[in-house]
Design a protein around this ligand. Sequence first.
Ligand SMILES: *[C@@H]1O[C@H](CO)[C@@H](O)[C@H](O)[C@H]1NC(C)=O
Ligand SMILES: *[C@@H]1O[C@H](CO)[C@@H](O)[C@H](O)[C@H]1NC(C)=O
Ligand SMILES: *[C@@H]1O[C@H](CO)[C@@H](O)[C@H](O)[C@H]1NC(C)=O
Ligand SMILES: *[C@@H]1O[C@H](CO)[C@@H](O)[C@H](O)[C@H]1NC(C)=O
Length: 280
Amino acid sequence: MLSLLVSLGLVTFVRTQGNITCGTPVVQPVTNRIVGGVESTPYSWPYVTLLEDDLGYISGSATILNAHVLVTSAQHFEGPDFNVFDVDIAHWRVYAGEHNIHIKDPNERYYHISRVILHPAFNHSTLENDIALIVTKEAMHFNDHVRFVCLPDSSHQYTVGQLCYLPGWGSTAASGNEEVLNQIDIPILSDDICLRHRPDFLPITEICAGYENGTKAFCRNDVGSPLLCKDRNGQWYIQGIASSGGNCRNHSDPDAFEDVALFSDWVKNTMRDANYPYIP
Ligand SMILES: *[C@@H]1O[C@H](CO)[C@@H](O)[C@H](O)[C@H]1NC(C)=O
Ligand SMILES: *[C@@H]1O[C@H](CO)[C@@H](O)[C@H](O)[C@H]1NC(C)=O
Ligand SMILES: *[C@@H]1O[C@H](CO)[C@@H](O)[C@H](O)[C@H]1NC(C)=O
Ligand SMILES: *[C@@H]1O[C@H](CO)[C@@H](O)[C@H](O)[C@H]1NC(C)=O
């Protein structure tokens, strides 16, 4: 039986996913409408990890899909003057169970990256298909502060007007506290609003979300952070990934997020091929 499970690549699931289902935090996030960014309730976004590069700088966030796989933006690993082969990936770290960067808390742990898989059609100049998967070397331990998020199906369609949340360590200009995981509440807007504000907006694969009237926006370090929305069952799913925008000093333009549902099949197939299938 065990060898059958091994050959199916299911041992990881049996061992670590256990009876935990996706998108179910133990500590509930605060979901009131708030002016500006605000410190999140510690550990209320247990799927969100801090990504630190080989020099120890914060690169952004990545979101847990299972004990070995996270999803983030591809632009962390490839840009106009560097690519994934230049990046010393073995020395990057993924911090799970993190809240305050400068305080080591008992549930926080870091994991090493074994490989990064960029979307094959990622284009760093247009930011088309700005999505990547991170495979960790060690299995992440799930507990009350570390969990995995729900992945929407490819048939899932976002709802204009829905209020979702962007947790990130970069939303500092908004709240003034750069050491803790902050959050901003962000409504999904119609594509034409982004097309008016951003000539680079890609209506087919991106979601427009945020504000055009100077309330709040994410910051550069939030690139790769998840746009998290709650479904009818109360489970949290990853609707978007922060891709472009992030001018947190001027809040008069909404931001562009990768539409994760459109990449759902790629994510699932790639996870299956890596022997770490997505199991909600
Ligand atoms: C999983 O099962 C254990 C032991 O039966 C229980 O203590 C724990 O609360 C369960 N967790 C969830 C998320 O249901
Ligand atoms: C990226 O997009 C630009 C602009 O459309 C195009 O010129 C370039 O060839 C694309 N690069 C790749 C690798 O597809
Ligand atoms: C921004 O303000 C304009 C003018 O008051 C209004 O028409 C528009 O609906 C507002 N947009 C958002 C996204 O709040
Ligand atoms: C903020 O951005 C808007 C739209 O891009 C622009 O019109 C405005 O001048 C900018 N404000 C500041 C203070 O830079």
